[in-house]
Design a protein around this ligand. Structure first.
Ligand code: 9MR
Length: 366
């Protein structure tokens, strides 16, 4: 046996101590069990347990799972009267086997719509689609999943209704109609409105109006999901706190449903999660292709700690916090708004190792 040279010896020592610490650490879900659920989004390979490293993290850390894409229209309902339930059914089986509640995502969204929906011309046909799509899918999974994001991203930044195909053809009441259809098809499933930037005052006011409108129509809405795609150094803590207070006053659950913190420069002045906005890659916009500098990692830890301290402060009203992915390598933020960057937005790194922020989020609960 050769004696390891010093650097290798230290690398081994450090990695053993990280593994040892991780094995000894209680999980996120246990650390926060008296506060709120801790969830993650799963991609298709994770649902099918083809990602064995992620599989261990998922069952150890999380007590809520959201399909990142498997229940979206283009996957589950590719053409009129044709449904592909395979991926969603696998998710149900995975949730049952591991006893993890499933948060359905999403029934009505202008993005990732199937081609046939985009080509619908008449209001009558679109209304038929809305009814059939929601009734069929929501009824199939009623009692099998915990909740649905019934409508996703129906608002503009100024709080007005987004000019989607649904608004254009059906008018602003389509949101109330969607919840009405869902409540009939899925009496045992919680029903939520989900959107990004609704912590920001103008858009928040729009969301509050929308929720009040659903309630005034006598239709059930159980919660609101603030997505939480935020940027390092610019987390809007004050807006987040005011939103928890304002939304919970409506008598509904408040959740953070797609949490991640991008550490990369933003090509625009605005914070957005609009998947239609894209920019070109270059070295300026991809500054950390081989690793995150310590100084940035420290800011990252600090922002996450401040955020979870805020969630903890409002644990009476915060029902769930879900990360948008298990580890950095799978994050949508590597490819949006610029394709092919190296981003570091989650608590587990590209090698499935927990970051310092992970340990700190657990230690602040003690
Ligand atoms: O994470 C999802 C990514 O894999 C898809 O390519 C993308 C396409 O629209 O959607 C991502 O998830 C989105 C979510 O469904 C709704 N809010 C914004 C999320 C990030 O784009």
């Amino acid at each position: 046996m050769t004696i390891p040279t010093k650097p290798i010896f230290f690398v081994l020592l450090i990695s053993f101590s990280v593994i040892k610490n991780y094995a000894q650490t209680i999980s996120l879900k246990d650390a926060y069990k008296n506060s709120f659920m801790i969830g993650t989004a799963l991609n298709a390979s994770q649902i099918e347990e083809r990602d064995s490293n992620a599989a261990k993290i998922i069952t150890h850390e999380f007590n809520a799972i959201t399909p990142e894409n498997s229940m979206k229209c283009e996957v589950i309902h590719p053409s009129w009267n044709t449904y592909h339930f395979e991926q969603a059914d696998k998710l149900i089986a995975y949730g049952n086997k591991n006893k993890i509640p499933i948060m359905g995502h999403t029934l009505v969204w202008h993005s990732q719509l199937s081609g046939f929906v985009k080509n619908i011309q008449s209001a009558d046909s679109l209304s038929l689609f809305l009814d059939q799509h929601i009734s069929t899918i929501a009824a199939r999974y009623d009692g099998k999943i915990f909740s649905w994001d019934v409508v996703n991203e129906a608002l503009n930044e100024d709080g007005s209704m987004r000019n989607s195909i649904f608004l254009q053809k059906l008018g602003p009441n389509y949101v109330v109609d969607a919840f009405r259809i869902a409540q009939k098809a899925a009496p045992k499933t919680e029903l939520y409105y989900n959107d990004y930037n609704i912590e920001q005052p103008q858009k928040r006011a729009g969301a509050i109006n929308l929720i009040k409108k659903i309630q005034a129509a006598g239709v059930r809405i159980d919660g609101v999901g603030i997505q939480g795609h935020w940027q390092l150094g610019h987390v809007p803590f004050k807006d987040i706190e005011e939103s928890i207070e304002a939304f919970s006053k409506l008598g509904i659950k408040v959740m953070f449903t797609e949490l991640d913190l991008t550490v990369l420069p933003n090509p625009w002045d605005v914070t957005t999660a609009d998947v239609n906005m894209k920019a070109e890659n270059n070295a300026y916009f991809n500054p950390y292709p081989t690793g995150l500098p310590d100084s940035v990692e420290q800011m990252f830890t600090k922002d996450y700690v401040q955020l979870f301290a805020l969630f903890q402060k409002h644990k009476k009203d915060v029902f769930r916090v879900t990360f948008w992915g298990v580890h950095d390598k799978q994050s949508w933020l590597n490819n949006w708004p610029i394709f092919g960057r190296t981003n570091y937005p989650l608590l587990f790194d590209r090698n499935y190792q927990p970051k310092e922020a992970y340990y700190k989020l657990i230690s602040i609960t003690k």
